[in-house]
Ligand binder design. Structure first.
Ligand SMILES: Nc1ncnc2c1ncn2[C@@H]1O[C@H](COP(=O)(O)OP(=O)(O)O)[C@@H](O)[C@H]1O
Ligand SMILES: [Mg+2]
Length: 271
């Protein structure tokens, strides 16, 4: 094992993968096992295992190109994968996006993918499409809840989505995903391109969602903010998990401090 495998914190190198006490403490809502995802023959995710406990915020941090978006896309069945993806005991590997939504997962993609020429409210209602199609008629109630979470969206409900600021667009993307009433919300770089004040607001909302019982898988390049809000963390590098542990321990890991948190913040780096 490398020199980083043992440090004073509780974080540990990923291999061999064994459930930690912390991960086992909460029953797994999402259990991704040995996932492989390739573009043509080039593997972008190579044997990744990730768990999200019920009611947890779990973050995956790592550099650009590490495979974070690929991982979330595969979990959501946007990309085909090998391995297993289990949500609340139900295996979803090889299924369709709609099956994943029906099972209770939703993804806020990095590109947010809003309909600029539609109003804020119509964008939100689209998020409830699956529930509507299956005969559920609780959309007005859910919309009221989303507006309570994002008062700004209520103010802007009749405006075209294309006229929103970057922060408002991110709120709308999260709000639309919440309209599907997911048990597991996956967020791909929600802070990307946003001003620091808006980033803080986004992370406040993420913490609030956990209080509301939504479990969260949060992918971020903003490691500092992600580790602050998360319960558990994985470091993904070139398609593999290189470190995992309780977020507070990962934040203390010398290598994480060195590479992801920068120098001069908290504990001194060792090299
Ligand atoms: N559509 C694609 N076709 C081929 N390679 C891709 C595609 N999307 C991503 N990749 C490659 O897969 C790897 C992981 O990319 P990605 O999952 O986007 O990383 P991250 O989200 O961590 O920045 C990178 O090497 C990237 O170049
Ligand atoms: Mg990405």
């Amino acid at each position: 094992m490398s020199a980083h495998s043992e440090n004073t914190s509780g974080a540990r190198m990923a291999a061999p993968v064994q459930p930690t006490a912390d991960a086992a403490a909460a029953p797994a809502l999402l259990d991704v096992r040995d996932l492989h995802v390739a573009y043509d023959k080039v593997e972008a995710v190579s044997g990744v295992s990730v768990r999200v406990g019920q009611g947890q915020i779990v973050t995956v941090i790592g550099p650009n190109g590490a495979g974070k978006t690929t991982l979330l896309s595969a979990i959501m069945a946007v990309l085909p994968a090998r391995g297993d993806i289990v949500l609340a005991g139900q295996s979803l590997i090889g299924r369709e996006i709609e099956d994943c939504v029906a099972a209770g997962m939703n993804l806020v993609p990095e590109k947010r993918e809003l309909f600029s020429e539609m109003t804020v409210q119509d964008n939100l209602m689209l998020g409830a499409f699956h529930r509507y199609r299956t005969g559920l008629r609780d959309q007005d109630q859910t919309l009221a809840e989303v507006y309570e979470l994002f008062p700004r969206l209520r103010e802007r409900s009749g405006q075209l989505a294309g006229t929103l600021s970057g922060g408002e667009r991110q709120m709308l993307a999260v709000g639309r995903a919440l309209m599907a009433k997911p048990r597991l919300l996956m967020l791909d770089e929600p802070s990307l391109g946003l001003a620091p004040r808006i980033v803080r607001e986004v992370f406040r909302i993420v913490a609030r969602l956990r209080e509301m019982g939504v479990s969260i898988l949060l992918v971020e390049q903003n490691a500092r903010a992600a580790l602050q809000v998360a319960d558990y963390a994985y470091v993904l590098e070139t398609g593999r998990v290189t470190l995992e542990g309780p977020a507070k321990d990962v934040a203390q890991d010398p290598r994480v401090i060195d590479i992801y948190l920068g120098l001069g913040h908290g504990a001194a780096a060792t090299n």
